[in-house]
Write a protein that binds this ligand. Structure first.
Ligand code: 5AD
Length: 358
């Protein structure tokens, strides 16, 4: 798809034209990754964070947030619950927390793999190459690291680098691919200061990275952050809105540009648009759901943004209910790990640049 076509779709407001976009994305989804909806059990293992991102409620300077770190036994219990719920994968997610040491995570990954047989996805922020290698060695299959926005100036403003000498998220993603991980990345939609042209670049970037997983969620203001504080909203005429329709346009275009990727209908989308938005996500390109298995006593403290939609065991979600919801959309729950067909097409260990170079 050409840049001007992407840009025109993003600015489209005609309802019947948008229905066409949803249908096209749904068809590409069906042809490339089928009717299975893969379930990933999300376990938010720690909300400690050393970073100071201007959008995120977990940012270190937010002193109002009670901090927690789950024990290995608690995490393992959640992984067993994930399996009982029918998940083929557990996703271990946290703030950027040096208290989660390389050895501790490696042991945890090994234990989960042995005890449950589930695929393990890590989403632990910008970590050292040696740590990423040790975790891959321990059995982790996938790593999620969103680039958030491809606009460098905007990114540097809202995501202050810890140390400008360290590899940025693109370099880390390339390295992860070289280590043999499936790689996932994505963006937030409607960041204050994000323009339609930025969003067009973001989508071209998602395509160029040949991602195995793509995550797209709306920016949701958090009052204890610089971007969520009163008066920080942008009134620029080219400002992208952070609404469900815009998020679904990006989701649908991501499916067209990365046909083989696994793409979740995110909790952030359901938070701003309710259950109907989560289902619209599944009808306009998404093929993954990520119920949370985080124990209720911790979940409220994993407050990257306020009032997160409840979807998972802490909200009382059962296997039967999940199956019903998926089947009511004419789909079926995924069986097995739900690896990305994109990953299996690519010779192991090659980087995207090796592949691009032929
Ligand atoms: N709104 C939406 N998504 C957010 N994230 C962090 N803060 C927010 C917010 N305020 C997302 C980012 C990040 C992930 C941990 O959560 O995309 O990568």
């Amino acid at each position: 798809m050409r840049r001007d076509e992407i840009s025109a779709w993003l600015r489209e407001t005609d309802r019947s034209r948008l229905e066409q976009l949803w249908r096209q994305a749904d068809e590409v989804r069906r042809q490339n990754v089928g009717d299975e909806v893969h379930l990933r059990g999300l376990i938010e293992i720690s909300n400690h964070c050393v970073r100071e991102c201007h959008y995120c409620g977990l940012r270190g300077p937010n002193r109002r947030l009670p901090r927690y770190r789950m024990t290995a036994a608690e995490i393992l219990a959640c992984a067993h619950q994930a399996r009982a719920l029918g998940c083929g994968t557990v996703v271990l997610q946290s703030g950027e927390d040096p208290g989660l040491t390389a050895e501790w995570i490696a042991d945890l990954v090994r234990n989960i793999c042995v005890a449950t047989g589930l695929a393990v996805t890590l989403s632990l922020g910008e970590r050292d190459f040696a740590e990423l290698a040790a975790w891959r060695e321990a059995g982790a299959s996938r790593y999620l690291l969103k680039f958030e926005t491809s606009n460098r100036a905007l990114l540097n403003r809202i995501h202050p680098p810890r140390d400008p000498q360290r590899p940025d998220r693109f370099a880390i993603l390339r390295h992860l691919r070289g280590l043999g991980y499936e790689i996932g990345s994505g963006i937030m939609v409607g960041i204050p200061g994000q323009s339609w042209e930025d969003l067009t670049d973001d989508l071209l970037c998602i395509q160029a990275l040949e991602l195995d997983m793509v995550a797209v969620g709306p920016f949701i203001p958090h009052p204890q952050t610089p971007l969520g504080a009163a008066g920080s909203a942008s009134d620029h005429p080219d400002q992208v809105p952070n609404d469900p329709v815009t998020t679904c346009k990006v989701l649908a275009l991501a499916r067209l540009l990365a046909p083989l990727a696994n793409i979740p209908s995110t909790t952030a989308l359901a938070t701003i648009g309710g259950t109907s938005a989560r289902e619209l996500g599944l009808r306009c390109g998404a093929n993954v759901l990520m119920p949370s298995l985080t124990p209720a006593r911790y979940r409220s403290s994993y407050e990257i943004y306020p009032d997160r939609a409840s979807f998972g065991t802490s909200g009382g979600l059962s296997r039967a209910e999940l199956e019903n919801r998926i089947q009511s959309l004419g789909r079926r729950p995924g069986v097995g790990r739900g690896d990305s067909p994109n990953y299996h097409r690519r010779p192991r260990g090659q980087t995207c640049h090796d592949v691009a170079a032929g």
